[in-house]
Design a protein. Sequence first.
Length: 192
Amino acid sequence: MTAVAIKMYTQEEYLELERAAEYKSEYYRGEIFAMSGARLNHNRVKENLSIAVGLFLRGKSCSSLSSDMRVHIPENTLYTYPDLLIVCGKPILLDEHMDTLLNPSVIIEVLSPSTASYDQGKKFHFYRSMQSLVEYILIDSQEVGARVHRKGSDGVWFVSSEAYEIEGSIEIGHIGLTLKMVDIYDQTIGIL
């Protein structure tokens, strides 16, 4: 058997390719990983969150950005596209292209069958190295379920809020927003 060599890319090569690509890819330690499309419920949940968070933040010092905003974590080389993020204060961008954020305050990932393990495990580990990040929120797209991880003043992460019933709610403490599960899952199919 012959081993297949994996092409390795520099961060600069990745950014050049990504900025010209018709699809999104993530980057980690020289490797590029194509992102797959999302299913209906994933998109519906993401849209519901985007609307609720965006309306709540209107006129405030924080703003939300959708999954088209790339995030970079210099400490571990990861370039990724969170489903939704919140940045408070002035956004710090990688360069003049203004397409890569370095300082999200809150990241929200909507779990899909193909990404759930990664989002809850290794990706969360990567995200925790960001000094600016204070909350990481996971929302299930297959059944009612949400969990908010918050960084304490001592730097230790803990679960600050979670809900697994449609009558429940979660709190994004950093911005003071309570989200009802019924609103998060509005118009989803087969969940409610």
